[in-house]
Structures are given as structure tokens and as C-alpha cells.
Design a protein around this ligand. Structure first.
Ligand SMILES: C[S@@+](CC[C@H](N)C(=O)[O-])C[C@H]1O[C@@H](n2cnc3c(N)ncnc32)[C@H](O)[C@@H]1O
Length: 295
């Protein structure tokens, strides 16, 4: 008997997907960390239902077309290891919905937690100008726009394809008056611009880790992940140029993940503050402009 004749409700499909994900030993690293949450995300997002929909709604029966869509996407998740965000074209970050495509990283940075706390206690005063460097889908800059209602925010990326997605997300959140997307290799397209806060989740995976990453990551642009032999090619350039683009009381927040130890050893003179997270994540540092300049 076919799956669609045996399974009828939303819960049936979440359960079936979770069993298939577990049996296939999928890797969960794009917003969830277990098969049940991954299955719930795929099924609910595909049906345009909120992640926190009422439990009784899960007993609702599906149409034939909905069943076929779910069977197809569950198959793609298992057989081609495509992350949920890229199957549904959507991901959540800071509780906000973002368009996602094959041209951007699926949003998942622990920087979300810092944004939700207004970067306290690291930020001395409300920032008037913010740069989300390496913006991808635009998730960090757009979430900052909700946290800082008056700030003007630049979202920059070297990839024009990623910037198109960021631009769509700026429009989706109706933030075009305060936010702009700028094509730029590091700061090259931002000459003369200064910011109170520069926040960046750049590529930082080292060559060894890149070669052994689970298949799920092949669905994301390589330029979003790898950054040379030790993963720090981009961050080295960033550290040498960031002070020029920060106001005197400005703050730099950068994620470098597993490359944090190599970075610390390469820059013994810099007093990195490594930030802690309640919901998991590591390798994000804060440095003030004055610390960058050695003052
Ligand atoms: C790890 S992704 C982060 C995307 C997004 N900030 C997020 O957290 O989901 C890194 C992004 O950096 C961009 N990138 C890579 N090299 C760059 C460069 N030299 N200058 C600017 N952006 C770059 C990539 O195109 C990619 O969108």
C-alpha cells in the first residue's frame, strides 16, 4: 500500500519523516538538532503553518496535493541531504521569517541571541549606524533593525546572488527606508563609511573541516563556508581594516566558530572577549575599536 493511502494527518507525516530521518542518519545542523524537530520544521513550513501551531491542528487531515508535496520533500531531504530551509525556501532567525535559496547560508548563527539581548552588556549606547558584513540572506542585519528601531543598517556581501535574496528579505520586512544592500568585497564597496556596530558571520571553515563536512553543507555556497587553510583568510583581512570603519566608541562582533583557537594564537596582542550563549554556539568575539587599535 502506498504511503499516501496509509498516512493522513499532519502528525502522521511528522512521525513518518522523523522515522525516515533517524533511519537515514541525517545530519542536523541547519537550525534543529534532532529528527523530530527537523521533521516538524519540514512538514509545518511546507504547509505554511507556524512552528508553534496548536497541538490539535496536528490531527487535521491533508489533501492529496499536500501529501505529494511532503512525500517529495521528505525524499529530497533523505536522498539528496538538502537542508529544510532550502527545500521550503524559508528559515527562521530571531523568531523572524526569511526567504532562503541555494545562494545563501541557511540562517543559524548564535549571534541571534546577542541581537535579542541588544548586544548587552557589550554595546555602550544604542547604535545609529550598523553594518552586517557578509550578510547572506540579510538575517543578521534585518534582525538588528527590529532590535534597534532607529538605526540605519548596511547589509553587504560579495555575492550578488546572495544580495538579491537579502534585498527580497528587506522588502518582505518593509525595511527599505533604513536598510540597504551593498555589493562589496570586505569593505571595498563601503569606502568612507563608519559604523557604531559591525557584526559579521563570515566564512570561517578551515580546509580540513570543509573537506569532511556532512553532505548537507554541499547544498550551501562554498564561498559562504570556506576561508583558506586555517579558515581565517577573511577574518585576517577584516581585523586589519575594521578600525577604519568603526566610530571611536564602535564595536566589532565576529563569528569564527571552531577557528577561534587558531585566531587567538595568531593575535596574542588582541584582547578578544569570547561570548557565551545559552542556546549553544561558540567562537564569537567582541572587540572595541580602541582594543583593535591597542589603546
Ligand atoms: C557564513 S555566510 C553568513 C551569511 C549570514 N550572515 C548568516 O549568518 O546567515 C558568509 C557570507 O559571506 C559572504 N562572503 C564571502 N566572502 C566575502 C567577502 N570577501 N566579502 C564580503 N562577503 C563575503 C558569502 O557570500 C556569504 O554570504
Amino acid at each position: 500500500m502506498s504511503v499516501e493511502r496509509e498516512l493522513h494527518t499532519i502528525l502522521d507525516y511528522i512521525r513518518w519523516a522523523a522515522s525516515r530521518f533517524e533511519a537515514a542518519e541525517l545530519f542536523f545542523g541547519h537550525g534543529t538538532d534532532n529528527a523530530w524537530d527537523e521533521a516538524s520544521a519540514l512538514v509545518l513550513q511546507s504547509l505554511h503553518l507556524p512552528w508553534n501551531c496548536k497541538p490539535e491542528a496536528l490531527n487535521a487531515r491533508l489533501t492529496e496535493a499536500e501529501k505529494q508535496l511532503l512525500i517529495e520533500r521528505i525524499g529530497l531531504r533523505v536522498e539528496q541531504r538538502i537542508p529544510v530551509g532550502q527545500l521550503t525556501g524559508q528559515a527562521y532567525f530571531c523568531g523572524l521569517s526569511f526567504k532562503v535559496s541555494k545562494d545563501v547560508l541557511v540562517p543559524r548563527s548564535p549571534i541571534a541571541e546577542l541581537i535579542e539581548k541588544g548586544f548587552q552588556p557589550w554595546l555602550a549606547q544604542e547604535p545609529a549606524r550598523i553594518l552586517d558584513l557578509c550578510t547572506g540572506s540579510g538575517c543578521i542585519g534585518i534582525a538588528c533593525a527590529y532590535a534597534f528601531e532607529w538605526a540605519e543598517i548596511d547589509l553587504s556581501d560579495i555575492s550578488s546572488a546572495a544580495l538579491s535574496v537579502a534585498e527580497e528579505n528587506i522588502k518582505r520586512h518593509r525595511l527599505s527606508e533604513r536598510l540597504r544592500a551593498v555589493e562589496s568585497d570586505l569593505f571595498s564597496g563601503l569606502q568612507g563609511q563608519k559604523y557604531d556596530l559591525i557584526v559579521s558571520n563570515p566564512p570561517y571553515v578551515n580546509a580540513q573541516d570543509l573537506a569532511s563536512m556532512p553532505a548537507e553543507y554541499l547544498a550551501e555556497p562554498e564561498i559562504a563556508l570556506g576561508s583558506g587553510a586555517d579558515g581565517l583568510d577573511f577574518t585576517r583581512r577584516l581585523l586589519s581594516e575594521a578600525a577604519e570603519h568603526l566610530n571611536d566608541s564602535g564595536l566589532l562582533i565576529v563569528e569564527v566558530g571552531n577557528s577561534w583557537l587558531d585566531l587567538e594564537q595568531a593575535y596574542l596582542e588582541l584582547p578578544f572577549t569570547w561570548l557565551e550563549f545559552e542556546r549553544g554556539g561558540h567562537g564569537v568575539f567582541a572587540l572595541s575599536k580602541q582594543q583593535l587599535l591597542g589603546n
